[in-house]
Design a protein around this ligand. Structure first.
Ligand code: FAD
Length: 404
C-alpha cells in the first residue's frame, strides 16, 4: 500500500477478529492491509514443542456457532473431532467419581426446554439453583461451556445459549490446532488481494480529512478510509483510539490457568471438577496434535489464583486422572490467560458489550465487542460486522468523524 492510499482499509491485529474483518473487506473488493505486531494468530495460535502442538490452553470450536458459519461461508477448511464423552469422570472431595447417567440426562432434558430469553437479566447461578437435581453437574457444565467460574456474575441467557450450542450441537477439537483457522483466514485475506504485515506495531490512529491516519512504531503513517481495531483487549484498543470511548468499569475479563501436556501413550477420560473449577481433556487423539503414540492433554483451572498454587493443583488433577510424571514428555504452564476480555453484567447480557462502530470509518472487533457470540464466536462475528462496514466506508461520500 502506498503512503497516500486513502481508500484502503487498515486492520490492526491478525487474531481471529482482525483476520475475519480483513478477509470480509478484501472479499468485498477493498484494498486491505493488516498490521500485526507479532507473528499473527493471537490467542488462536498453536505452538509446536517436540512434535506436540499446543493451542493456548484447551480450544474447542463450537459446531453451529457464528465462527463455524463464517468459516464455511469463506471456504476456510478445518477438520476436527468431537470429544469422546463416554467414561467421563468427575472429581468430588479430591476423589474420582463416575458422572452418573441419570443426573446428566436430567440436566440435559431441563436444558433442552430452558429459554435463554426468559432468563435474560438474571444470573446463571439463579438458573442453576432453579433446576431439579444437584447443582454440581449443572455448575460443572456451565463452567465447561463458558469458562466462567463465578456463576453469580454470569448472565443466565449466555450460559443457556452456550450450553445448548456445546451440549446439543457439539464441539470440535481441530486437527493441527487453531493455527489451521489462522492460516486458513490469512490465506483468504491473501487470495482476495489483502496484505498482512507482521512484526509491525501500530501506535495510534488520527482523524484526517477524508479518512484516518494510522501511525506505525517505525515512523510510517498509513492513510485509510476505514480502520478496524482488532488489537485484542479493551485497554489496547483505547490506547490506539486516543479517546475515552466510555469503557471505564467495562467489566472483568474471564481468565484461566492452563497446563498443556504432551504425554506418551495414555487413554484418559474427560475429568471435570464437580466441587472445584477444574478441567482435564485429552484433545489428541481425537484431534491430530501429537506425534505417533503421543497425546495432548489440556488441564485448566477456571479463575486463576497464584501461579505456584495453581500449577500444583493442576498437576494433582492430572495425576488423579492417570497422568504420571513419567508419562509427560512436554509441559507448558500458562499462569494467567485471558480467555475473553469481557464478562458482561448479567443485567445487560451480551447486549451490554461495546458496539462495533466507534465513528464513521472506525470500527472495533474482538471477543469483547458486539452483541453476538461468546469467545471466538464473538471475535469472528464482530470481525465480520466490522469488515462489512469497513468495506462500505468512504464510498461515494467524504468520511466524517463522530467520536462519542
Ligand atoms: C485458555 C483459552 C481457552 C480458550 N478456549 C476457547 C474455546 O474453547 N473456544 C472458543 O471459541 N474460544 C476459546 N478461547 C478464546 C479465543 O482464543 C479468543 O476469543 C480469540 O482467539 C480472540 O481473538 P481476537 O482476534 O479477538 O484477539 P487476539 O487473539 O488477542 O488478537 C489480537 C491481535 O492483535 C495484535 N495486536 C495488539 N496490539 C497491536 C498493535 N498495537 N499493533 C499491531 N498488532 C497488535 C496482537 O499481537 C494479536 O495478534 C480461549 C482462549 C484462551 C486464552
Amino acid at each position: 500500500m502506498e503512503r497516500n492510499d486513502s481508500d484502503a482499509v487498515v486492520v490492526i491485529g491478525a487474531g481471529l477478529a482482525g483476520l475475519t474483518a480483513a478477509a470480509t473487506a478484501a472479499r468485498a473488493g477493498r484494498r486491505v492491509v493488516v498490521i500485526e505486531r507479532h507473528g499473527g494468530g493471537g490467542r488462536a495460535r498453536t505452538d509446536s514443542r517436540g512434535g506436540y502442538r499446543f493451542n493456548q490452553g484447551p480450544h474447542a470450536l463450537y459446531r453451529g456457532g457464528p465462527a463455524w458459519a463464517i468459516l464455511a461461508e469463506m471456504g476456510v477448511p478445518h477438520r476436527g473431532h468431537r470429544p469422546p464423552l463416554r467414561g467421563a469422570r468427575g472429581v468430588r472431595d479430591g476423589a474420582l467419581v463416575r458422572l452418573a447417567g441419570a443426573p446428566l440426562a436430567r440436566f440435559t432434558a431441563q436444558l433442552a426446554v430452558a429459554s435463554a430469553r426468559r432468563w435474560s437479566g438474571r444470573t446463571a447461578e439463579e438458573w442453576v439453583e432453579s433446576l431439579r437435581g444437584g447443582p454440581d453437574v449443572a455448575g460443572m457444565a456451565v463452567r465447561v461451556s463458558t469458562y466462567v467460574a463465578d456463576l453469580g456474575a454470569l448472565p443466565a441467557d449466555l450460559a443457556i445459549t452456550q450450553l445448548k450450542l456445546g451440549l446439543l450441537r457439539g464441539v470440535s477439537y481441530l486437527d493441527g490446532g487453531w493455527a489451521s483457522l489462522v492460516d486458513g483466514l490469512a490465506s483468504a485475506v491473501s487470495a482476495a488481494g489483502g496484505t498482512i504485515r507482521r512484526h509491525q506495531t501500530v501506535t495510534g490512529i488520527n482523524a484526517v480529512p477524508g479518512g484516518w491516519e494510522v501511525a506505525l512504531s517505525d515512523g510510517e503513517d498509513l492513510r485509510a478510509a476505514a480502520v478496524v481495531v482488532a488489537a485484542g483487549s479493551p485497554a489496547a484498543s483505547r490506547r490506539l483510539l486516543g479517546i475515552d470511548p466510555g469503557w471505564d468499569n467495562i467489566g472483568p475479563a474471564v481468565r484461566a490457568a492452563c497446563l498443556d501436556l504432551g504425554v506418551r501413550g495414555l487413554r484418559l477420560p474427560l475429568v471435570f471438577g464437580l466441587d472445584q473449577p477444574l478441567y482435564l481433556a485429552r484433545h489428541s487423539p481425537p484431534g491430530d496434535l501429537a506425534p505417533e503414540g503421543g497425546s495432548v492433554v489440556h488441564v485448566m483451572r477456571y479463575g486463576p489464583r497464584d501461579a505456584d498454587t495453581d500449577r500444583r493443583e493442576l498437576r494433582d488433577h492430572a495425576r488423579l486422572a492417570g497422568v504420571g510424571d513419567d508419562h509427560i514428555v512436554e509441559e507448558r504452564f500458562l499462569a494467567d490467560m485471558v480467555v475473553t476480555h469481557l464478562l458482561p453484567d448479567p443485567r445487560s447480557g451480551l447486549a451490554g458489550r461495546p458496539g462495533v462502530v466507534v465513528a464513521d470509518g472506525l470500527y472495533l472487533a474482538g471477543d469483547w465487542v458486539g452483541p453476538t457470540g461468546w469467545l471466538a464466536d464473538a471475535a469472528m462475528a464482530s470481525g465480520r460486522h466490522a469488515g462489512t462496514l469497513a468495506a462500505g466506508a468512504g464510498i461515494g461520500r467524504p468520511a466524517y468523524h463522530r467520536v462519542p
